[in-house]
Ligand binder design. Structure first.
Ligand code: 13P
Length: 256
């Protein structure tokens, strides 16, 4: 059985200014202890304007949580008004970058091709992409979940070296479960995540498939995290709403 360290990431989405971000980071650091960090990789993904503040809070207080970003452009620099480059994120010691969150795909028109460019750019700057995949309610009801997710994984990983795939994170986030309080059952999440791993095996080989960490996301709460984490293929969670509150997020990190 490969050693895949559980990874629990909080995606704050467009919540919390930098003052609130510092407070939340500090409060979390009071709630979590060495045993938690030994057991789980904890990642905070605040909005861009908070990254520098959260970075300095983590580094000056030596808090062993990693910094993540919610998005980036794929070019290093240029005339792309309003965009943030992976090089800029790397300079802030950002370690993880979410690529292709369903909100980016649905609300901001990100295609599989754009998501793939972002994945490759994040890797090129030594950071870890969190590649998000997931089906809509219509696709789920039409029995198209497996095909949808398989296509997103193949497109997202196109042109990525096998070794790089091994170090990546993939987040399976069924769109109908995001922010709805309706989560996939642990069995359903396990089945789809096992299928994602099978796709990774086909495109990147056995070693990458057993090493890649695959998270579940969609209404993860303190009350359902343990049953999700019990599943053999679920290696962590990408948490939205419940990551905005220090007590709730700490309880999720301490699911054991
Ligand atoms: P919720 O946990 O609020 O459902 O959000 C999930 C998500 O989109 C995390 O990226």
């Amino acid at each position: 059985m490969p050693d895949r360290r559980p990874l629990i990431a909080g995606n704050w989405k467009m919540h919390h200014d930098h003052f609130a971000a510092i407070q939340l980071t500090q409060k979390l650091s009071y709630l979590l202890d060495r045993d938690d960090y030994d057991a789980v990789d904890v990642v905070l993904c605040p909005p861009f304007t908070d990254l520098r503040s959260v970075q300095t809070t983590l580094e000056s207080d030596r808090i062993p949580m990693a910094l993540g970003a919610q998005n980036c452009h794929w070019e290093d620099q240029g005339a792309f008004t309003g965009e943030v480059s992976p090089a800029m994120l790397a300079k802030l010691n950002v370690r993880y970058v979410i690529a292709g969150h369903s909100e980016r795909r649905q609300l901001f028109g990100e295609t599989d091709d754009v998501v793939n460019r972002k994945v490759r750019a994040v890797l090129a700057h030594g950071m870890t992409p969190i590649l998000c995949v997931g089906e809509t309610l219509e696709e789920k009801e039409a029995g198209a979940t497996a095909a949808r997710v398989d296509g997103q994984v193949r497109a997202g990983l196109a042109g990525v070296a096998r070794d790089s795939v091994a170090g990546m994170v993939i987040a399976y986030e069924p769109i109908w479960a995001i922010g709805t309080g309706r989560n996939a059952t642990p069995d359903d999440a396990q089945a789809t995540i096992a299928a994602v791993r099978a796709t990774v095996r086909e495109v990147a080989g056995d070693a990458a498939a057993s090493a890649v960490r695959i998270q579940y996301g969609g209404s993860v709460k303190p009350g359902n995290i343990a049953s999700l984490m019990e599943q053999p293929d679920i290696d962590g969670a990408l948490v939205g709403g419940a990551s905005l509150d220090a007590d709730e997020f700490a309880r999720i990190v301490r699911y054991r």
